[in-house]
Design a protein around this ligand. Structure first.
Ligand SMILES: [Zn+2]
Length: 299
């Protein structure tokens, strides 16, 4: 009918599904395909994605697809990877107390303090931004375009660095067990800063991003299939988990129990109290948790 440009149909792209007897992997670097002329071996140009999967324990599945790329005279393989995963069974609870410079995790009766120095990161970038602003305002006037650009870059760097710290810690923590976190409100730092007048300090605490750290742990936990429990955070570091008496804090987040006189680190107290709440104790009465046999002491 004259509607086609050519007198005969043409196959422009060929892709073939290969099942397990039409192809086989020869080691990790080449593949054999059954053709009308017998088996043909083709070597693979390895890419990073492929190697990453192999290194993480994924193995090639038996089905594959191959596409003929006529223009570049090459074959494109679509490979499927498979991995056996075991269902996760939690052995124990890990409680995590997140605050601005450190994160404490109670794992099998021992409290681990992981220093993040997030506030140092925040303060550092706060000063940098301030310096940049002063400099640019003097030259270009307030809210200039170059100033905005440099602001954006500084904020992005800050965010990236914090994200990296969070992910590393979250991965560390998530490996072992079920996780107990404080249930935080929309603006978790609010109750901590209402009596702080210094705007710089307020800023610092606000930026400490407790929620960000929690979100990182939560997401990692999901990835590993680890359950996460959220509990009421009220007074978790105020009361001694052994005696139920108030803890009197001095400097450096260290304090002493007003009844037993033993010394406590603030974050360790929080961890034990979170555990008690997760196990159904209220943290104020006599403890019922097994983990209390070995209280953590900070001399
Ligand atoms: Zn005590």
């Amino acid at each position: 009918m004259g509607r086609a440009r050519k007198p005969y149909p043409e196959v422009r792209s060929v892709s073939i599904w290969l099942d397990d007897h039409l192809w086989r992997a020869e080691g990790l670097t080449s593949i054999s395909i059954a053709t009308h002329k017998g088996w043909v071996e083709v070597s693979i140009e390895l890419n990073r994605h492929y190697l990453r999967y192999l290194n993480r324990g994924w193995r090639l599945a038996s089905e594959a697809k191959v596409k003929l790329d006529r223009r570049d005279r090459r074959l494109i393989f679509y490979l499927t990877f498979r991995k056996e995963v075991r269902e996760y069974r939690p052995k124990n609870y890990i409680t995590v107390d997140v605050n601005e410079n450190a994160e404490a995790a109670l794992i099998d009766g021992v409290v681990y303090l992981l220093e993040t120095d997030l506030s140092k990161v925040t303060l550092g970038y706060y000063y940098r931004r301030k310096r940049a602003q002063e400099k640019y305002d003097k030259v270009y006037g307030p809210c200039s375009r170059p100033a905005r650009r440099i602001f954006k870059r500084l904020s992005n760097n800050e965010r990236a660095l914090k994200r990296e710290i969070r992910w590393k810690l979250a991965t560390l923590i998530v490996r072992e067990a079920a996780i107990v976190l404080e249930r935080l409100g929309r603006e978790p730092a609010n109750h901590m800063i209402e009596h702080i007048k210094d705007p710089q300090l307020r800023h610092r605490i606000f930026q400490a991003a407790f929620k960000g750290m929690q979100r990182a742990i939560d997401e990692k936990a999901r990835e590993y299939g680890v359950p996460v429990i959220y509990v009421d955070p009220r007074n978790t570091s105020r009361v001694c988990p052994i005696h139920g008496a108030e803890i009197v804090y001095g400097k450096d987040r260290h304090g002493a129990c007003s009844k037993g006189g033993e010394t406590w680190h603030r974050d360790a107290v929080a961890c034990y109290n979170l555990l008690l709440r997760a196990l159904g104790g209220d943290g104020g009465a006599a403890p019922r948790a097994r983990a209390m046999e070995a209280p953590c002491r900070w001399a």
